[in-house]
Design a binder for this molecule. Structure first.
Ligand SMILES: [Mn+2]
Length: 385
């Protein structure tokens, strides 16, 4: 079933209540997210695990691969709060009673393995979903009645909302403080990561809630952080850590951005098959994909209109050329989803400010000429206005 916005407050309360009751009733939870997890994905797994630990439940996070070093502080939080992490094909522990699926638009994007698949198809295991993706191709992953899927700046913002709902259940949870420093830190990580400190918000409703939740949790973090320590003490500090590049990331970033070209409205860079393969073998898939997102952002804000990064999938994955197109926060007149159809693109999607699409490699004999054609057609759509 396609994801849609919750229609009424009563309906939303019912879903939230179901999630709270199951969190109270069940014992062991597995938390999963999407492939190539970003800050919001990992942080929402950590934030919800912390809520569960407050209820003295078992929480196990599954990640497809070791996370990039920027997320070390989140992993440290897990370590010191009894949250275990399993990686890749690791089998999940026995006796899991619920799977919590976070920040994942649709089934084929779930980071899964054989033992996760078994849980997902086991009707005796409760599936809870928390997500903010409402794109046209988004599909519910949780059990009916157990999905909190709603417009928000990030999945972590929805978990911030859940914190308030949990804290109001005084009978079920007497004397539990759901507003700890670690929860604030994890929630702000997702909010900052998905919105780039508020630069990439899609609607005025999103901006309103972003402002509300980021202020509440920023204030909490500032208050609860000991002075003069090395601890991250504010949302700004989280932003600096998330966007601080390691030396290898910087090298990779420089190599991709070196090739940038500009048309009137679009700043873009194209990696051909050989260059893509070389980068993937030098730096690894996850790093290159994360860095290419940062390059798209930098190109976009540099030109003030659109940024585009094009690369070939790593050979181990699939046989596509990937296109990542983003719109500057200042340039809101074009909904990027509307450029896909005129371009004849069927394999892609996103939101008004960012889309991704892919084209089978055999349909792209010359990637530079192919990209130049796409750039030219988008330019003429902008000019035609
Ligand atoms: Mn997200």
């Amino acid at each position: 079933m396609k994801k849609i916005e919750v229609r009424t407050i009563a309906e939303k309360n019912r879903y939230v209540n179901n999630i709270i009751v199951e969190s109270h009733r069940l014992d062991s939870f597995l938390l999963i997210g999407h492939k190539d997890p970003d800050a919001d994905c990992i942080a929402s797994q950590v934030a919800f695990s912390l809520l569960l630990r407050k209820l003295e439940k078992n929480a196990v996070i599954s990640l497809p691969a070791p996370a990039v070093e920027q997320f070390n502080y989140l992993l440290a939080i897990c370590k010191y709060n009894g949250i275990s992490i399993i990686y890749g094909t690791d089998p999940v522990p026995k006796n899991i009673s619920a799977v919590v699926i976070l920040d994942t638009p649709k089934p084929d994007m779930i980071a899964r393995n054989a033992s996760i698949n078994r849980l997902l198809t086991d009707p005796g295991v409760r599936k809870i979903e928390i997500d903010h993706h409402l794109g046209t191709d988004a599909i519910y992953l949780g059990d009916p009645g157990y999905c909190l899927v709603s417009e928000a700046s990030s999945t972590c913002e929805l978990i911030g909302y859940l914190c308030f709902k949990f804290s109001r259940q005084k009978e079920m949870f007497p004397n539990i403080d759901f507003f700890s420093r670690n929860i604030a830190l994890a929630i702000l990580t997702g909010i900052v990561g998905d919105s780039h400190m508020g630069m990439y918000l899609k609607s005025s409703k999103e901006r309103r809630y972003y402002t509300l939740f980021s202020q509440i949790f920023d204030k909490l973090l500032v208050e609860k952080t000991k002075k003069n320590g090395n601890n991250m003490a504010s949302m700004r500090a989280i932003f600096d850590v998330l966007y601080h590049f390691s030396a290898r990331e910087k090298q990779c970033f420089d190599r991709i951005i070196q090739q940038q070209q500009k048309s009137r409205f679009i700043s873009y860079t194209v990696l051909d098959k050989e260059e893509s393969e070389e980068l993937f073998s030098l730096y690894g898939e996850e790093l290159v994909i994360n860095v290419s997102k940062a390059v798209t952002d930098t190109l976009t804000e540099g030109i003030g209109k659109l940024g585009l990064v094009v690369y070939y999938d790593p050979p181990s994955r699939s046989k596509f050329v990937q296109f990542r197109l983003r719109r500057s926060a200042k340039f809101t007149s074009l909904d990027l989803r509307t450029v896909l159809e005129p371009l004849g693109i069927t394999n892609g999607g996103g939101h008004p400010g960012a889309v991704g699409f892919r084209v089978p490699q055999e349909e792209v004999p010359d990637v530079r000429a192919f990209t130049a054609g796409i750039v030219e057609r988008i330019e003429s759509m902008i000019t035609a206005g």
